[in-house]
Ligand binder design. Structure first.
Ligand code: SAM
Length: 222
């Protein structure tokens, strides 16, 4: 089954799964102490699904009395985007730009969907076929502003994630070394390894959190 079909059929199951593991709360706790947030960031959530990361970021920004210049998000699956729109309406959050898009076809995004200071991707890149992981990372890198950063949350390869993520959610899993090599291979530098705060420690069993170097060299067409 492809990812679009999976998240069309299981959109609501995924929301329950996320709420059991308190994924949005964990992301909010992460962003509340993340030193990469500052005023007026242009932010993109790549593979936003029903919006856990964007909603967590928006709440963390509010808590820290920071305002984003722009919050944009895309996802492959219309059913997930429609849950996201419902959440935005329910939470009275305006101004988030949403689009349906495939991370492997980002050339279809509008031309002004670029120059992001921060691109966040949570639990999406594990759906890209393994040989295309570097291509997807390069496509995201190309959307970064000078000095922008890419922050990736992605499933670890371990005995817990084998049944829970690989079998149930049909996703790829990665070792840290595989991810570090993929980042380095597309000019994202050696990523900094981040962690969820202790209050949400179980999320560190699920995933790696990798933050790229600041991109300081030409990013479009280099
Ligand atoms: C596990 S969910 C994560 C959603 C959200 N980031 C979160 O943390 O709740 C995976 C999401 O990746 C999306 N996805 C899978 N392949 C994708 C692709 N090639 N391009 C964009 N989104 C994709 C799916 O539609 C789904 O919404």
């Amino acid at each position: 089954m492809d990812a679009k079909q999976l998240y069309t059929d299981k959109a609501d199951t995924y929301l329950v799964f996320n709420s059991v593991f308190r994924s949005r709360q964990a992301l909010q706790a992460f962003f509340e102490s993340y030193d990469g947030l500052r005023p007026n960031l242009r932010i993109l959530d790549a593979g936003c699904g029903a919006g856990a990361a964007t909603l967590a970021l928006a709440a963390a920004l509010r808590r820290r009395r920071l305002e984003a210049a722009e919050l944009c998000a895309f996802d492959l699956t219309p059913a997930m985007l429609s849950r996201f729109r419902q959440a935005l309406a329910r939470e009275n959050l305006h101004g988030v730009k949403l689009l349906e898009a495939d991370v492997l076809e980002l050339q279809r995004l509008p031309p002004d969907w670029t120059n992001y200071d921060l691109i966040v991707s949570v639990a999406m890149l594990e759906y890209v076929p393994r040989p295309a992981l570097a291509t997807a990372l390069a496509a995201l890198r190309a959307r970064l502003a000078r000095d922008g950063r890419l922050l990736v949350f992605i499933t670890r390869r371990n005995w817990v994630t084998k049944p829970l993520i690989e079998t149930w959610w049909q996703a790829n899993r990665y070792t840290r070394d595989e991810l570090v090599s993929a980042f380095e291979s597309v000019g994202l530098g050696t990523p900094k390894i981040r962690r969820f705060p202790a209050s949400h420690f179980w999320q560190n069993t699920w995933g790696h959190v990798l933050e790229s170097d600041r991109v300081t060299h030409p990013v479009r067409g280099d």
